[in-house]
Design a protein around this ligand. Structure first.
Ligand code: FES
Ligand code: FES
Length: 898
């Protein structure tokens, strides 16, 4: 069929089957990859375009329906001269795009709204953008951008003034223009495609039948026998996850066979056509199954299904509890939680002579390089990872996914090979947040001063180790909360089950533990009649205090300042809530508070980052930055830090990011470490280059630099010296940083982290007592970030973390086989996330760049405790299991009433 239509104001013609989806036609046939595909099922809104001026999901719209109509995509928003629209400019200025994968859909939905009304209310925006999901931003800055859409001039900060400035992200233009290339956007037209056949069983043995007919039909059919070293995993000594299962599967969604061929052919082959004979076995689900006497082993060499356990011991807990005036106890359980990044795993690979190159979405290119090399039995230098833009990660793109299969197929076939996971595949195959069972007991004296805490946290690590050891190590250090407690016993253990591998997810188990320790703090406060904020303040860790691991907090510890900043909001909220509840009825309001601390970087492990800043003979100033920006803004923040250290405007810095051939290893984007660790490396690299320049010019430390083409002017007091860069060769400044930590001994004593972020959040909720529904009305978040390098980006991280914390508390539960799509697995929409006020506390950390720490994970950790505390305040129900779905709360309210 030939379809004639108008595309972004111009006549367009397309030929193909009329059932072809508009999204596929735009992306594959018309070269407009600005329209994104997050689910291909009408659930996420990433593909939103305008059809005759009205928003539609392009993944649902058949080309046959487009005949004679008007289609507008993100590529059409800019003016004829390429100038951004007022809305796009507003998105840039407000920091409304983080990873940017949802941005085109958001922009199109907002464009429709703004054509109807130029002064929309918040409710108008929520209504118009309600069909587009964002997993990064928490929506607040998107709402601000739409309500404030107007052309604007953004002044670039002068040399030395970048740190602390609210500059737009340096990579933001491509995001709002729809030009950002994510994993699925740059796939060469001649690439073969992989489709992975996955296990429908959580635990089974299997045999493969005759694959020859399939092999004749396709380019290749890969099995375990094709993988040179069939194991991968995060830890050097734990490579327990096969690339392709070998006769045995341990979770539903595990990869078994990879079909490689042309795109349409591999997609047309149904799983039933692949000869696999299954022998299902009874799976182990949950910690009780895994630890039951005589439970079968998920992995033969792991007795008791135990992956790892460890803890922290200090003082005498049993004695201390005997002397306590109040003791609180409870058991708290959490579920598997899906990362739900809007961009599914995607990328492509090609063999270049005796090397393999992968262009993939990732948050850890160097780790990917080493892992792929290990699987392929190649040296690391034979593998190049070129990260594409990353459409959200949150820890889920730290593990290998499609990488080894791409490498293997491209290597074997000598062809370019691509793979894009479907949404259900992404959700079934990828790692999850660890389900936890946290048993907690806290005690304090009559003044509310904590005397003892005893916490045992058991985690379901699923079928493979992934980041399980990290969670089991990190949680005991954090499980007492951000409080000074003289007697501590904490224990963390991770158990294998036949659930999906549980890995890294924003917080590494700390959010689960925080639900328990904050409930304990509330219970103690209530038992003693002390205000809940006040009790936390009395116990807050402060500079000079000794933690449960015996570490003296030498520098930044700003929890008390966070709590003091919240205090007036806390008092007003209580008055407001009391007035509302006095009216009676079935709706009740409550106020809750949650605190957290979070060690920045790896736990007691070397954690280095290296950065380079180059100044070429042609005058190009480039930050060679191996840290991947997954939306959190590290590209911008590292450029701001390097620019000020060097003494040139940030606007003059270009970026080379992530490519393992062109950058140095900056470590992974996780553990809230890039601002602190890579930021310090960037600061040192900038300073190093500055020193070289000053030496060349024989100038003093306070000299001012000015770069103009190939001329570098150095003003030192009254003297002006000029360096002709074309005569001095390339100058390269280098910097590295590895935070000072020490190993923990058998009692968990040592220095696990060089610094900690602190935060306190409060939530105001409204509960419908009849329906059991919870509406979060407002959140106020006070975060000690050391120094806000870019306050707009810091707020964006906090707001985005809060949205995910709200999902953890109230709605998100991944159930294999049941919630493997964005229709059944609910994440917060624009209507679910309330107004969020951020209070930035800057308790300077001298080890960090300009005093900065990290904020990626801290935004999420205190949110669920604050919401659950507010529910308790409203209803009297103490929540012991999340997500707090309406039927669970309704049941608990009824039980309490009877
Ligand atoms: S890709 Fe169309 S709604 Fe998700
Ligand atoms: S910015 Fe919205 S999904 Fe990442």
């Amino acid at each position: 069929m030939t379809v004639r239509f108008t595309l972004n104001g111009r006549a367009a013609t397309w030929q193909g089957a009329p059932v072809t989806r508009l999204a596929a036609a735009l992306r594959q046939d018309l070269g407009l990859t600005g329209t994104k595909v997050g689910c291909d099922a009408g659930d996420c809104g990433a593909c939103t375009v305008l059809l005759d001026g009205a928003q539609v999901c392009a993944c649902l719209m058949a080309m046959g329906q487009v005949e004679g109509r008007r289609v507008e995509t993100v590529e059409g928003l800019a003016g004829g001269n390429g100038a951004l629209s007022a809305l796009q400019q507003s998105f840039l200025a407000h920091g409304a795009a983080q990873c940017g994968i949802c941005t085109p859909g958001m922009l199109m939905a907002a464009t429709e709204l703004l054509r109807r009304t130029s002064t929309p209310s918040r409710a108008d925006v929520e209504d118009a953008l309600g069909g587009v999901l964002c997993r990064c931003t928490g929506y607040g800055k998107i709402i601000d951008a739409v309500m404030d859409a107007a052309p604007r001039m953004i002044a670039a900060p002068k040399a030395g003034a970048a740190v602390g400035a609210r500059i737009p992200r340096v990579d933001g233009l491509a995001k709002v223009a729809g030009r950002e290339a994510f994993g699925a956007d740059g796939i060469p037209a001649d690439a073969l495609w992989i489709r992975v056949v996955r296990s429908p069983h959580a635990r089974a043995r299997f045999t493969l039948g005759d694959l020859a007919p399939l092999r004749r039909r396709l380019g290749a059919v890969l099995t375990a026998a094709d993988v040179p070293f069939n194991g991968f995993g995060i830890y050097p000594d734990i490579k327990d996850q096969p690339v392709l299962a070998d006769g045995q599967v341990r979770y539903r969604g595990e990869a078994v066979v990879a079909l490689v061929g042309d795109r349409d052919t591999v997609r047309a082959i149904r799983d039933e056509e692949v000869p696999i004979v299954w022998t299902p076995e009874a799976p182990l689900f949950g910690i009780d199954d895994a630890t039951a006497p005589h439970a079968p082993l998920v992995q033969d060499d792991k007795p008791g299904n135990l992956l790892l356990a460890g803890g922290v011991r200090r003082g005498d807990v049993n004695q201390a509890f005997k002397a306590c005036a109040a003791v609180a106890e409870g058991v708290f359980e959490t579920a598997f939680v899906e990362h739900a990044y809007i961009e599914p795993e995607a990328g492509w690979a090609e063999r270049v002579c005796d090397r393999i190159e992968l262009h993939v979405t990732t948050q850890t290119p160097y780790m990917n390089r080493d892992e792929v090399a290990n699987v392929m039995r190649l040296g690391p230098e034979a593998v190049r990872i070129v990260p594409t833009a990353c459409g959200g990660g949150f820890g889920g793109k730290l593990d290998l996914s499609l990488h080894p299969l791409l490498a293997l197929a491209a290597w074997k076939l000598g062809r370019r090979v691509a793979c894009v996971y479907t949404r259900p595949e992404s959700m079934a195959a990828s790692t999850k947040r660890h389900p936890a069972r946290v048993q907690a007991k806290f005690g304090c004296d009559a003044d509310g001063k904590l005397m003892a805490c005893d916490v045992t946290a058991a985690f379901d690590t699923g079928a493979y180790a992934s980041w399980g050891p990290t969670v089991a190590n990190r949680v005991p250090v954090h499980a007492m909360g951000p409080y000074a407690v003289p007697n501590v016993k904490t224990w963390g253990a991770a158990y294998f089950t036949n659930g999906p591998p549980a890995g890294a997810f924003r917080g590494f188990g700390v959010p689960q533990a925080a639900i328990a320790h904050e409930a304990m703090m509330d219970e103690l406060a209530d038992a003693l009649g002390i205000d809940r904020l006040e009790l936390r303040l009395r116990n807050a860790l402060r500079t000079g205090d000794t933690t449960a691991t015996g570490q003296v907090l030498k520098h930044s510890a700003g929890l008390a300042q966070c709590l003091e900043a919240l205090r007036p909001h806390w008092q007003k909220a209580h008055a407001d809530v009391a007035a509302f509840n006095a009216a009676g009825g079935e709706r009740r309001r409550g106020v809750g508070i949650g605190c957290m601390w979070y060690g920045i970087g790896n736990t007691s492990m070397s954690n280095p980052s290296r950065m380079r800043v180059g100044l070429s003979p042609g005058g190009a100033l480039t930050l060679y930055n191996g840290a991947v920006d997954i939306g959190q803004g590290s590209n911008t923040i590292l450029a701001q830090i390097a620019a000020d250290a060097l003494g040139l405007p940030v606007s003059q810095i270009a970026l080379v990011t992530g490519d393992t051939d062109l950058t140095a290893d900056a470590g992974k984007t996780s553990a809230s470490r890039q601002t602190f660790v890579s930021g310090m490396a960037a600061e040192r690299a900038g300073r190093d280059l500055r020193q070289q320049i000053l030496r060349l010019a024989n100038a003093g430390a306070d000299a001012e630099l000015c770069l103009d083409g190939t001329t570098l002017v150095v003003r030192d007091g009254g003297e002006v010296r000029t360096i002709n860069l074309s005569t001095v060769g390339t100058l390269v400044g280098e910097g590295s940083f590895d935070p000072p930590t020490t190993p923990l001994d058998a009692d968990g004593q040592g220095v696990p982290y060089a610094t900690y972020a602190f935060a306190a959040q409060m939530a105001i909720v409204e509960v419908d007592l009849e329906l059991g529904t919870v509406r979060v009305l407002r959140i106020i978040a006070a975060h000690d970030v050391g120094k806000a390098i870019n306050p707009t980006l810091v707020e964006g991280q906090i707001q985005g973390g809060i949205a995910q914390g709200l999902g953890l508390a109230l709605m998100e539960e991944y159930l294999p086989g049941r919630t493997e799509n964005l229709h059944d697995y609910l994440i917060p929409t624009i209507g679910d996330v309330p107004d969020i006020e951020c209070l930035l506390i800057e308790d300077r950390e001298p080890l960090g760049p300009s005093g900065a720490k990290g904020v990626g994970e801290p935004g999420l950790v205190p949110t669920a405790p604050a919401i659950l505390g507010a529910v308790h305040h409203a209803t009297g129900v103490r929540v012991h299991r999340v997500p707090l779905l309406p039927h669970r709360l309704r049941e608990a309210i009824r039980a309490r009433r009877t």
